[in-house]
Ligand binder design. Structure first.
Ligand SMILES: Nc1ncnc2c1ncn2[C@@H]1O[C@H](COP(=O)(O)OP(=O)(O)OP(=O)(O)O)[C@@H](O)[C@H]1O
Ligand SMILES: [Mg+2]
Length: 253
């Protein structure tokens, strides 16, 4: 296992975090994880392990009842989501988050709401999304809901990238997506660090996640079970065994 105590602070971090949804039912219990700068960090674990909850806490959508959230090593616990956006953190949530009745371009424009008066900046943001995914430019006047599942996923990714994030949080980006399109999405994710983007990837496709990530956390019942370099997960017999059950049951879903 790698030692977490390295010099540079993580781009984004949970430190001993507890999150409770109702009263005192703790969903996350003492969870710690780091998205290190310039890397792709994976988070895997069974259904209900708290993966999405961890991402919500890392984006200010849920406030920890214990522990801290850190951005570049600075404590920001309790900061609202819009401030996370200002810190260059973007989230693509697990469940569809588009406005189906709006055009592709209007969906992108809505992401620019906080600077809607600045036409040049909005134009740049749209260009950034279209440059990443030229298909979106071709379909910019089409209703988002009229596109295929894969195209909608690319719109969600483009919308997140339009804001030029430093850290991208991805929650099961290939769930319910055809394998051929999933391969494109993984190729795209793999290219993000070269654009200076740190990635935290929650994935149910364990085999793909191990391939694409640099470092991997395994969660169980809202707690850290184990973490290590993805290489260790590929090569260490004990770790392979640990996740073999999920790989068998959950591959390419
Ligand atoms: N809004 C909510 N209110 C109450 N409990 C919730 C809420 N959202 C999630 N939970 C519970 O919190 C636990 C963790 O859920 P979470 O969605 O974070 O898991 P997950 O690891 O993302 O699972 P999946 O693989 O199914 O996406 C589950 O037991 C779930 O039932
Ligand atoms: Mg989830």
């Amino acid at each position: 296992m790698e030692n977490a105590s390295r010099d540079e602070p993580a781009a984004l971090e949970l430190k001993g975090v507890d999150v409770a949804y109702h009263g005192d039912i703790r969903i996350l219990r003492g969870l710690s994880l780091q998205a290190r700068r310039g890397l792709i960090t994976g988070v895997i674990g069974p259904n209900g392990a708290g993966k999405s909850t961890a991402l919500r806490a890392l984006y200010g959508l849920l406030k920890p009842v214990a522990g801290d959230v850190l951005v570049d090593g600075r404590r920001v616990t309790g900061m609202p989501p819009w401030k996370f956006i200002e810190h260059g953190i973007a989230l693509v949530p697990q469940h569809r988050s588009l406005f189906n009745e709006l055009s592709v371009e209007d969906n992108l424009r809505l992401a620019c709401w906080s600077f809607r008066g600045d036409r040049a900046r909005v134009g740049e943001a749209l260009e950034r999304a279209y440059a990443q995914f030229p298909m979106l430019r071709e379909r910019r006047r089409d209703m988002a809901g009229a596109m295929s599942g894969g195209q909608q996923r690319f719109l969600e990714l483009g919308r997140a990238l339009a804001l030029r994030p430093r850290v991208l949080l991805l929650d099961e980006p290939t769930a319910m997506i055809a394998p051929r399109i999933s391969a494109d999405i993984y190729a795209f994710i793999r290219g993000l660090p070269a654009q200076g983007i740190t990635v935290l990837l929650v994935d149910q496709n364990v085999r793909q996640c191990v391939q694409v990530c640099d470092h991997l956390y395994v969660l169980e019942l809202g707690q850290n079970k184990v973490d290590g370099s993805a290489r260790a997960f590929r090569e260490d017999a004990g770790l392979r065994e640990l996740i073999a059950e999920w790989v068998d049951y959950r591959i390419d879903t």
